[in-house]
Design a protein. Structure first.
Length: 164
């Protein structure tokens, strides 16, 4: 009887958790766009959203701070809106963010030697591997194969030559 209860509990717990997550999912989605975050001026708000869409959420790492619901993204959205409200330019705000968090905060980092090296490294590694494989193949091909065994006629001639 206790096995039957355990089996039914094992089935009910995941079903309960799935049901609970389905019920709570809309509440989590609503937390993303908190109206208190928004600026009263629609032009400033759209500018802040444009800047925020260029900044990476440092928690999610593949979403902009405008798309993320993480607490840090919420704080960064607030900071961006504060800078916009002060009248700073987009470049000043982006420079402030990059100075504070590094180029990683940008969803599209500027082209530099480091980013070129980063993006070209897989191609360079592939070329290096192909070059090494080519030279290894050539070295193996250059080594002569073992000579074939002597025929009976050659063995007899060799024996005759070594007797004398």
């Amino acid at each position: 009887m206790s096995r039957l209860r355990l089996t039914s509990l094992r089935r009910l717990v995941p079903a309960f958790l799935i049901g609970l997550s389905v019920l709570l999912a809309p509440a989590l989605v609503m937390a993303v766009d908190d109206p208190s975050e928004m600026l009263p001026d629609p032009k400033q708000e759209s500018r802040a959203e444009a800047i925020g869409s260029q900044l990476r959420c440092l928690v999610c790492q593949n979403e902009s701070i405008e798309d993320s619901s993480a607490g840090l993204a919420r704080d960064l959205r607030r900071v961006v809106r504060e800078h916009v409200a002060k009248g700073e330019t987009n470049k000043q705000i982006m420079d402030w963010m990059v100075d504070r968090y590094g180029n990683f905060i940008r969803l599209s980092p500027p082209l530099s030697v480091g980013t070129l090296l980063l993006w070209s490294m897989p191609v360079l590694a592939l070329l290096l591997g192909l070059t090494l494989a080519f030279f290894a193949y050539r070295r193996r091909a250059a080594v002569p194969a073992a000579p074939p065994p002597l025929s009976d006629e050659e063995k007899a001639r060799l024996a005759k030559l070594t007797k004398d």
